[in-house]
Design a protein around this ligand. Structure first.
Ligand code: IPE
Ligand code: IPE
Ligand code: MG
Length: 239
């Protein structure tokens, strides 16, 4: 849905999406959950492309949480297979698509093949328009624990004193180092919770919850979410 003021407003710098609802989409069609994840991957391709045309600089997507290991071995293996295939293709098309990749999360629990694909994708630094931050085995709490441990190690090594810690310094220990906080976080699927996504970075983000399943999420839904964002009055604690 186009909205009249769209052309006049600067594009959002950073949009984050909790890509939820793949399982329900598959169930509605009598398909296995993995088919929902495959459809979700297509949806991601479409939206990443659309973000690039809008001039969005950073797109952060929640692909697999630290809690998603609770799912059946079959479903987890299916998701990992899809991720591998997606990254193999993306590595070939990065220049054409003008994207670069970063990965947020503890990658050490992923298979060595998948870890290598992630490293390869991250090490390519060609010209690009949009940076995709892929959250894989990501948890907001896990990210904070990881940051605290890294800072403690630097204190032990004499690089800092404990009292040197500030919000700015802590942010440099997060997976999102050097990435501005998202202005907008979208959760499709009808659920209204963060599920451990970007706990630190979302302090002043605008949340838009939408009643559409991720595989059905189309560019017009992103337009709707952005229009809703522009209707909000962001105060950051001021008046
Ligand atoms: C999101 O879709 C994908 C992952 C969490 C990996 P879901 O698989 O959570 O779909 P629903 O919520 O069960 O519909
Ligand atoms: C959040 O969705 C994680 C991803 C989309 C990757 P979940 O489906 O795992 O979250 P809950 O279980 O509904 O909170
Ligand atoms: Mg879900």
């Amino acid at each position: 849905m186009a909205h009249p003021e769209k052309q006049d407003l600067p594009p959002l710098q950073h949009i984050a999406i909790i890509m939820d609802g793949n399982g329900r989409w598959a169930k509605q069609r009598g398909l296995p959950r993995t088919a929902g994840h495959a459809a979700g991957a297509e949806s991601f391709r479409r939206i990443a492309n659309y973000c690039r045309t809008l001039g969005v600089k950073y797109l952060t997507v929640y692909a697999f949480s630290t809690e998603n290991w609770k799912r059946s071995q079959e479903e987890v293996a299916g998701i990992m297979r899809l991720l591998r295939r997606y990254l193999e293709e993306a590595l070939q098309d990065m220049e054409k698509n003008r994207v670069c990749f970063r990965f947020f999360g503890d990658l050490s629990r992923l298979s060595p093949e998948l870890q290598k694909l992630c490293r390869d994708a991250e090490n390519r630094s060609e010209e690009y328009d949009v940076q995709v931050n892929f959250c894989l085995n990501y948890g907001g709490r896990d990210e904070l624990v990881h940051a605290a441990k890294s800072f403690a190690a630097d204190v032990a090594a004499g690089k800092y004193r404990a009292e040197d810690l500030t919000e700015e310094l802590l942010a440099t220990y997060l997976y999102s180092k050097d990435v501005p906080d998202p202005e907008l976080i979208i959760r499709p699927s009808g659920e209204q919770r963060t599920s451990n996504f970007l706990l630190w970075q979302s302090a002043y983000s605008e949340y838009v919850f939408m009643n559409v399943l991720w595989p059905d999420f189309a560019p017009e839904h992103l337009d709707q979410a952005i229009a809703e964002y522009h209707r909000r009055n962001r105060r950051f604690g001021g008046v």
